[in-house]
Design a protein around this ligand. Sequence first.
Ligand code: FMN
Length: 390
Amino acid sequence: MLRFLNAGESHGQALTVIVDGYPSNVEIDINKINQELARRQKGYGRGGRMQIEKDTAEILSGVRFGITLGSPITVMIKNRDWENWTEIMSPTGEPTDKRQIVEPRPGHADLVGGIKYGFYDLRNILERASARETTTRVAVGALCKILLEDIGIKIGSYVVSIGEKTIKMEEYESLSLEERFNNAENSEIRLAVNGKDEEFKEYIDLMKREGESLGGVFEVYATGVPVGLGSYTQWDTRLDGKIAQAIMSIQAIKGVEIGEGFSLAGKVGSQAHDEIFYDRERGFYRKTNRAGGLEGGMTNGEPIVVRAAMKPIPTLMRQKSLQSVNVITKEPFMAAKERSDITAVPAAAVVAESMLAFVLAREILEKFGNDNWIQIKERIYSYRDYVKGY
Ligand SMILES: Cc1cc2nc3c(=O)[nH]c(=O)nc-3n(C[C@H](O)[C@H](O)[C@H](O)COP(=O)(O)O)c2cc1C
């Protein structure tokens, strides 16, 4: 089974990830991984850290002369800022009080993590709870996208709202998923439509001046997905559940919908489902995609479309600080920082692409085998023929 395990603290020496179960004979272009890492670092409203860190991947195992061996792949991404943190984050030696944190921030793992793992220096918590870890998820996503693209599966994302600023469904529903994605790639906020960046940037600037932070909503999709990934036979084989878990596991994601999701609840049945059609050339198909490509926990051949809601960044500026309590003195204080992301919705969308790519690559390998990619691909092609002729 395809799986990954990542490690690393936000200000530690490096982030690492081991990807196990990745097939042999896949051509790996490291530039593809670095391009994806760069996409995660973009987005209007990010804080200073993204300027310090230009993430680059190093492959330490599992790839030889640009070809995967079928053995575990290790990817390392160094933290460029490490030189300023060697003493504070040292794995050896005496503890230091420098940059100790005893003031938990509401909306973060700080307080509960401190109680649970038994620390009063909350740096021990936030270093790992931080979304810096998602860098390695994006590296894994890049490896998975290489597999998926080779069999015609494309993954993309776009943002549809930041805080109160929303792009209405009427404004983008006539655009294809690819058009929305292309617009997003040319937008500093990954917006699904052209020509709205300035309006959104002004709003983000205004909220920044007020000391606020913002969340938002994005959509992530996959096209070219074969019919029948996932299964209805057990609760934990249902692909809609696996996708929801993977996206929900991203820091600050608080809602996930598949297809029309929550709005389906308000519709009558005759308006809620996707009628079935048949054409000799195309086989079975749908004219609508309210189900977001998933029925009965399985892919139905239509694009997978997932919508996710991100809460506002919990770190706030001085003007809008939130009450909290010092874990040592038990005195109240007002939690705030000088510098943080105002919003990271565009970056979260890129992370969500990676998680969707991982889940789909895992399903593909589960269904078609996971040793030699050349043979796996042949099985996929012949399965596609079978589906067409069904
Ligand atoms: C890409 C990305 C960047 C983030 N950047 C920040 C940040 O700069 N400051 C911050 O306080 N939270 C940031 N967050 C959110 C926190 O990591 C998250 O809210 C926190 O770890 C608590 O987890 P929870 O919101 O899932 O409960 C970011 C999240 C993502 C996905």
